[in-house]
Design a binder for this molecule. Structure first.
Ligand code: FEO
Length: 174
């Protein structure tokens, strides 16, 4: 049984996961506008993953006897000055998400809610992968500088390599 506070925090996290999906879909469109179709695909895939994170948590709240209450999703920024700015924004965003996941774990531990604590381990591990992926992407964007075709080429090779492992937490640089 979820505590009222845990239930509320999980609902807030679900909204945040939908926001992440919303954010990455917007970024994908910005990358499309820049003519970067490979990076666009990377962000579309990421948007789908974030939606999955939200749905997985909804499923948990319902199974744990909680009450789902979806919150409003704010509009993500729609303008970025460069690919590097997008990559850096994603890394900063994922670092914030990690803090929120850790706060959920702290609540579960305070409640002695070992079921939720156990369920959240998947999210902790996922955040390690996501921060690593986006840190790699920032590095690649920095190395590429103004050579965006080289960046597209590099990301395409990485996506091809990780394709069979998608959904298993493959890292961008792995
Ligand atoms: Fe659902 Fe990127 O964290």
């Amino acid at each position: 049984m979820l505590s009222a506070s845990m239930n509320e925090k999980l609902n807030a996290q679900i909204t945040r996961e939908f926001y992440s999906s919303y954010l990455y879909r917007q970024m994908a469109s910005c990358l499309d506008q820049m003519g970067l179709s490979v990076l666009e695909q990377f962000f579309l895939d990421q948007a789908d993953e974030e939606r999955m994170h939200a749905v997985k948590l909804i499923d948990y709240v319902q199974k744990a006897g909680g009450k789902l209450a979806l919150g409003a999703i704010e509009a993500p920024p729609a303008e970025y000055e460069s690919v590097l700015a997008i990559c850096e924004a994603t890394l900063a965003h994922e670092r914030q998400v990690t803090k929120h996941i850790h706060a959920l774990v702290a609540q579960a531990e305070e409640d002695k809610d070992y079921s939720t604590r156990s369920y959240l381990q998947w999210y902790i591990d996922e955040q390690v992968e996501e921060e690593a992926s986006f840190a790699d992407l920032v590095q690649l964007a920095k190395l590429a500088g103004s050579d965006l075709l080289a960046l597209e080429d590099r990301v395409e090779k990485i996506l091809a390599k990780r394709a069979p492992a998608l959904g298993e937490g493959a890292q961008l640089g792995g």
